[in-house]
Design a protein. Structure first.
Length: 464
């Protein structure tokens, strides 16, 4: 760039978030995964097979988060994984991580929006879930537009309510729970661990990942955190421990209250499990439906916050049109990025009216697509951690991954296993993911001048 060319203004986000709000974002991003989506794993693996898959995935996420926190504190950037990969591997590495994260965060909200419709359908059987999903986008894009402080406070409030409701669910169904119900027909293909059961375990991995998907999105709020070197580790470590306990608690209690096969292919397993214990007219059931919506809303709202920051960061760095890097003049929020992700999500909600993919439900397909993006991003992030340890040993690291290199190596290896299983069992969706990446890469290759003209960003550059 010529020295006579004026340096573009770098849009900046406000630093307003504390550790409790970041914890609320980290848990809230994920907590809808405890309310729906995971039970599709029972459909392919059985309860015991899915329990095995969940143990493996929980180990991957725990070691990943303890390692990922090093990156998010050393490089507190709204781009999250995109920023880490670009600093470690250059523009192409940034592209891969940015694209994968965008797929994860743009495709997760439509699945959650459909579940919001399904939960309301318990109270209003004639409701059209897709139109409720559309309305949810309008409401929560608007809320995020008003400012991250308001959005994060709301996120914390609904997250706490959602956690309380999950604990209430476990307590209410406990009298009807039995281990015999949980283990009945517990392995896919029979009651023993055989070839079909092993196949089912690997096929169920995307739905085990759904228990934890998007916790890493709190890193995209790091640029808006006060004292990120202290608040991010507290939020992440407390967040992953909270989610592991809730995931296993919900799965075990829901699977032991009756015939779990009735819950294996629906969007509202918890209300239906509670109905089997307390009956359709119980006040407990109505409370679960209404308060349970807070869990879905927490994740929906939080992931909208996440995708808007990802689009904003990619546009600010020249990976997307700079149009999407604009901030609202009144609220200093990335309003154009909010709308762009919403348009893609709404198209995904109505996509089954134009095209069908395999034999899965629309929600299962959208979940799988989001998980594909997540796993690719996890792998690139762990590779970036190893690379930066070697290439920038003097980079300030307020938090260092414990048991390095063992923890990031475990996360990397388990991530490769998960990716291999997903590609094997989801060929059509993998092909769609690859086509979208190829199209995005063609755009990336053709816009080098756009990136060169972008405002400089010290966090994305290695020291000279």
């Amino acid at each position: 760039m010529s020295s006579l060319t004026p340096t573009p203004h770098t849009p900046a986000l406000k630093k307003v978030l504390g550790p409790l709000q970041l914890w609320g974002i980290a848990v809230g991003l994920v907590i809808s995964g405890e309310y729906f989506g995971w039970s599709y794993g029972w459909n392919t693996a059985g309860t015991l097979g899915f329990l095995v898959a969940t143990v493996l995935v929980a180990a991957m996420y725990t070691t990943f988060i303890f390692s990922f926190t090093e990156l998010s504190t050393a490089i507190p950037h709204a781009g999250g994984p995109f920023a880490y990969a670009r600093r470690a591997f250059g523009p192409t590495g940034g592209f891969i991580a940015g694209f994968a994260t965008l797929i994860e965060f743009v495709f997760a909200p439509p699945a959650i929006a459909l579940a919001i419709g399904a939960y309301l359908n318990v109270q209003f059987p004639g409701i059209n879930a897709k139109y409720i999903a559309l309305g949810a986008y309008v409401v929560f894009i608007g809320l995020n537009w008003l400012g991250v402080g308001i959005a994060a406070t709301f996120e914390l409030f609904v997250t706490v309510l959602a956690i309380v409701e999950l604990l209430v669910f476990m307590g209410v169904v406990a009298p009807g729970w039995s281990w015999g119900n949980f283990v009945a027909h517990g392995w896919a293909g029979g009651d023993v661990l055989n070839g079909a059961a092993l196949s089912g375990i690997f096929a169920s991995i995307p739905f085990a990942i759904w228990f934890f998907l998007a916790i890493e999105g709190a890193a995209m709020a790091a640029e808006e955190a006060r004292d990120p070197h202290r608040t991010i580790p507290v939020a992440y470590i407390a967040g992953i421990l909270t989610l592991v306990l809730l995931a296993f608690g919900v799965m075990l209690f829901a699977g032991g209250v009756g015939d779990w096969r009735q819950l294996a292919n629906i969007n509202d397993p918890l209300p239906q499990a509670m109905k089997a214990v307390v009956g359709a007219s119980s006040g407990w059931l109505h409370m679960l439906v209404w308060i349970g919506l807070f869990g879905l809303v927490a994740s929906f709202h939080g992931i909208i916050m996440g995708y808007s920051r990802q689009i904003f960061a990619l546009a600010r760095a020249g990976y997307l049109p700079r149009y999407f890097a604009a901030l609202s003049p009144r609220f200093d929020t990335p309003h154009r990025a909010l709308i762009a992700g919403g348009v893609i999500g709404v198209l995904a909600i109505f996509s089954d009216e134009w095209v069908q993919f395999g034999g899965q439900t629309l929600t299962a397909n959208i979940v799988t697509m989001a998980v594909l993006g997540a796993i690719v991003m996890y792998l690139v992030s762990m590779a970036a951690l190893f690379r930066l340890r070697r290439s920038e040993p003097l980079l300030p690291r307020p938090y260092r991954a414990p048991f390095y290199p063992v923890f990031p190596a475990i996360a990397l290896c388990l991530g490769l296993v998960c990716l291999g299983a997903m590609v094997w069992f989801n060929g059509t969706l993998t092909l769609l993911f690859a086509v979208l990446m190829a199209l995005a890469y063609a755009y990336f290759r053709s816009t080098a001048a756009q990136r060169a003209a972008a405002a400089p960003d010290d966090l994305l550059s290695t020291p000279r």
